[in-house]
Design a protein around this ligand. Sequence first.
Ligand code: HBI
Ligand code: FE
Length: 313
Amino acid sequence: MSELMEPETDFATLPEMAADVFTAPLRKPAHIGDDWLEPRQHAYGAEENAVWNDLFARQMEVLPGRAASAFMAGLDKLDMGRGGVPDFGELSAELGKLTGWSVVPVPMLIPDHVFFWHLANRRFPAGNFIRTRETFDYIQEPDVFHDVFGHVPMLTDPVYADYMQEYGRAGWKAMRYNRLKALGALYWYTVEFGLILEAPGDVRAYGAGILSGPTEAVFATEARSPNRIMLNVDRVMRTDYVISDLQPTYFVIESFADLFHQTVDRDFDRLYRSLAPAFTYANSAVIDVDDVLHRGTQEYLLRGGRGSGAAPV
Ligand code: HBI
Ligand code: FE
């Protein structure tokens, strides 16, 4: 059935990453092993826990009615609002009972093949630090608030949980074809910035990049600037992405089963053989095959985007 996974491996051991595969170079801290895991979770102090609580409260002002029902249910199931940064041991015990996933601490961005390997084993790598008040609104590196608040609640949904594991398994094939960036675009437009059409006219966010920030939760679901296009895996894997601003385009799924089947039933060998090394479509493009829910004005982007003072409308 699955064209996405690699039947010849059990994913128990870390794959070798060939030197000629294109990926970002990262310098491993001295205390970290090949699995890039921290020996233990950081012990958060009072001010750090207060940062978590304030970020949590801010998101709860905007997420009801905008976040996917599965996300809100996940927050509840894991009792994420109990106060302070959640303990990964407790979180993993709860999540383990629900879908078999665990949460493990990592120091920073980790290499693609290590990240994929953890996902293939139902381990979610989460940042072992929290942003400061100075970087409250915007951070480049994923911290524990983005990773745990943004990603982990969705892992309580059984179908989504399976999708994430299959995504991790897909990393092997992408490495073999040297198309990690294309597979990364799929992650970006689903796991990080995905929208779901829960009912006609009712678009909600399930992507962690949207759910962990106050501006994008409103912008992604309601603003006139961005395109909202029904997800097409082949198209998305050919689409460029920016990591430093609100998205010009969001891709929308009908259900998590739709997301799972679009990826797992796809022949990725054929897709990788036909993909160009770099992206074909700009991140603001609307192309003839698109099933468009909302064609954006792109006024936020065209007025200059982040740093320009343009309103995220
Ligand atoms: N590392 N800590 C961390 N978090 C991520 O989300 C992450 C990563 N390394 C690689 C990676 N993501 C990419 O492979 C995906 O964005 C595709
Ligand atoms: Fe993320």
